[in-house]
Design a protein around this ligand. Structure first.
Ligand code: NAP
Length: 337
């Protein structure tokens, strides 16, 4: 049976997920959409040739008898409301990051899901579905580089708009490393510190860019991640794990190696959507398959909650310049794999 999905929020990522459900993936169809801008929702229906009802608000969409599962791809501050509504309706829900804009909001979702008695929430941390990160995790777990000691990472964007503020380096950018590295290492963080190198002239006056975030894990692994969102040259994600007997690196995206004009060169991507396009496909297919088999396996509401707590500590570290402790409560057994 085809899974009937309702999508709340038909902006950039909402439309992208609608496109993949409709044109690339299997087992689901979009039967309902909503956006705070109804014309945009109607245009999306027309653009993708959907047989979908346009609902007046997200709550009405979630309550609709036609909708079996929900995608929340609206503006971040609305996520908590819509995820809680889906839980109250007993419907599985995929929520783009952030799960909620505060750790308390994430905790309310965790509590509601536990009260519902079964896993209903998947959070949009798509890097866990990237083939490169999956290979890197396999390499570590096969003990091919020995025990991990250090991780060096970088998250670089060519440019950001004037609305991008210093704390967004954590909440919008580092948030992906926060999640993927704790998954990669099967470890959690105990402290965070933020260091500001010399500032680039390409950043807005109010924005500290680049930044270096230092994290320590419970087993003593030291992580440094450079966040540099006006690096000019491309969208570039780097990750190198240093182990006791070797080093493992995240593979570069597959691109043609050119020999031309007395140079060897390989294109560097500039668009984040393209860098993880396959990961988004696998992620949403996993949600569809998980709902259909009754077993969601992706990033949990607990992962969303942990990411929010960690991000809060990192934002505090941005302000204080100190090493800030990170305290994540013990994970409820409900979330045991
Ligand atoms: P976007 O283009 O601004 O789309 C958000 C859409 O939600 C807009 O159409 C917005 O309408 C609509 N909206 C706002 N409030 C709403 C409400 N109360 N009910 C229904 N719709 C509402 O943003 P985006 O880039 O798609 O991002 C959406 C979410 O996905 C964000 O939380 C973002 O962090 C996340 N995201 C995740 C990834 C990832 O890599 N996993 C990538 C991109 C985005 P207006 O434009 O009229 O406000």
């Amino acid at each position: 049976m085809t899974l009937k999905i309702g999508v709340v929020g038909t902006g950039a990522i909402g439309q992208d997920h609608i496109r993949r459900i409709t044109q690339a993936l299997s087992g689901a169809e979009v039967v309902a959409v909503n956006d705070i801008n109804p014309q945009q929702a109607r245009d999306t229906v027309a653009k993708y040739g959907l047989h979908a009802e346009v609902h007046a608000d997200g709550e009405a969409l979630i309550a609709s008898r036609d909708v079996e599962a929900v995608l929340v791809t609206s503006w971040g501050p609305t996520h908590e409301l819509f995820v809680l509504a889906a839980l109250a309706a007993g419907k599985p829900v995929f929520c783009e990051k952030p799960l909620a804009t505060t750790a308390d909001g994430c905790r309310r979702i965790v509590d509601a899901e536990i009260a519902a008695g079964r896993r209903l929430v998947q959070v949009g941390f798509m890097r866990r579905y990237d083939v490169g990160y999956r290979d890197l995790k396999k390499t570590i777990e096969q003990n091919a580089i020995g025990t991990p000691l250090m991780v060096h990472g970088a998250h670089r964007n060519p440019a950001v708009g004037d609305g991008y503020k210093t704390d967004m380096a954590i909440t919008d950018t580092l948030i992906h490393e926060i999640d993927v590295l704790r998954w990669l290492l099967r470890d959690d963080y105990t402290s965070a510190q933020v260091i500001y190198p010399r500032k680039t002239r390409n950043a807005s006056g109010h924005l500290a860019d680049p930044q270096i975030i230092l994290l320590e894990t419970t087993t003593g692994i030291r992580i440094d991640v450079e966040v540099f969102v006006n690096c000019v040259y491309g969208y570039d994600i780097q990750c190198e794990v240093v182990g006791e007997t070797g080093i493992a690196r995240l593979p570069e995206p597959a691109r043609v190696l050119m020999r031309s004009g007395a140079k060897r060169s390989v294109e560097i991507l500039t668009d984040w959507k393209e860098r993880f396009i396959d990961a988004y496909d696998v992620e949403i297919q996993a949600f569809i398959d998980g709902v259909r088999t009754g077993e969601l396996t992706g990033p949990t509401a607990w992962d969303g909650y942990a990411a929010a707590l960690i991000a809060d500590a990192c934002v505090k570290a941005q302000r204080t310049g100190a090493i800030e402790p990170i305290a994540i409560p013990p994970r409820p057994s409900f979330y045991d794999a």
